[in-house]
Design a protein around this ligand. Structure first.
Ligand SMILES: [Zn+2]
Length: 281
């Protein structure tokens, strides 16, 4: 039924049928108003959930979102996590989300085709694994880039800031998500060596095509130091960070590790979690 028909009927309003038509018109107006108001209420939520990404919650989260983002699970027994084939990891037992494992496989194959050596050094790390690393560096049982931070810094804030140059606090690491990999070596000297320079040049030219972005490039104002080895699979990690992490993880969640009360007072979100390359935010 088109508009001209309706206009024609409108002329007959003074006759008996007019009453019926105008009440039908009111009904239609009410229905349109309900749809309009409904969509206005629904739209902001929709925009927040899926801005820049159409992936559903089930696609993004293999388990409860908060448990997942905090790394409080075992990747070897969790849906959508796979053990990386030995030829990609040099035989190290490390896990990734299925789509990330496939993408890094394609990346490494392409590199090898160009005679560029590339392998995954480390991928998913659980909260417990990250806490073990963090606590041992905080207590001085283990060094951080060759420095004993417990001996160097009696002050716990200074010690945490030094630790945060290269390590994430438990619950704030991108390695919890199974979307990020450390490639070849975490020694800055390797990336200044002949081989490291060749690998980096290749990655800068090709990694983007496979969905990977360097998470901590040089020349950021705050946050972790430059990490040439740390690359993130953007199609999954970007929506996790921008649509969910900030809303779900609060300072009170940072607990249960040495110096947690110090980290909670630092700008842990702005400098560290969100202090990544803008392509990942
Ligand atoms: Zn890393």
């Amino acid at each position: 039924m088109g508009w001209p028909h309706r206009v024609k009927l409108g002329k007959a309003q003074k006759t008996g049928g007019g009453q019926l038509i105008s009440s039908r018109r009111i009904n239609i107006t009410i229905i349109i108003l309900v749809i309009l108001i409904g969509s206005l209420l629904w739209l902001p939520g929709f925009a927040q959930e899926s801005f820049g990404d159409k992936r559903s919650r089930r696609e993004l989260f293999p388990i409860d979102p908060k448990t997942y983002l905090m790394g409080r699970f075992r990747p070897d027994t969790t849906r959508d996590f796979v053990l990386l084939p030995a030829e990609l990891s040099g035989g190290r037992r490390t896990y990734l989300r299925t789509s990330v494992a496939e993408a890094v496989g394609r990346l490494i194959q392409a590199a090898l085709k160009d005679s560029v050596p590339l392998w995954v050094l480390s991928a998913t790390r659980s909260y417990d694994h990250q806490r073990a690393i963090w606590n041992s560096k905080f207590s001085g049982a283990r060094t951080s880039m060759g420095r004993n931070l417990a001996q160097e810094f009696a002050d716990s804030t200074e010690r945490c800031l030094a630790l945060l140059e290269y390590s994430s606090a438990p619950g704030t690491s991108r390695h919890h998500w199974g979307t990020d990999v450390d490639l070849n070596s975490t020694d800055p000297a390797y990336w200044r060596s002949g081989e490291g320079v060749v690998v980096m040049k290749w990655l800068q030219q090709h990694a983007g095509r496979y969905g990977f972005i360097m998470a901590y490039p040089p020349d950021r104002e705050h946050g972790y130091r430059y990490e040439p080895w740390h690359w993130s699979y953007q199609p999954l990690s970007r929506p996790l960070l921008r649509n969910y992490y900030r809303r779900l993880i609060t300072p009170s969640d940072l607990d249960g590790f040495l110096g947690a009360e110090v980290v909670r007072r630092l700008p842990w979100w702005e400098w560290y979690v969100n202090g990544v390359d803008e392509g990942l935010r």
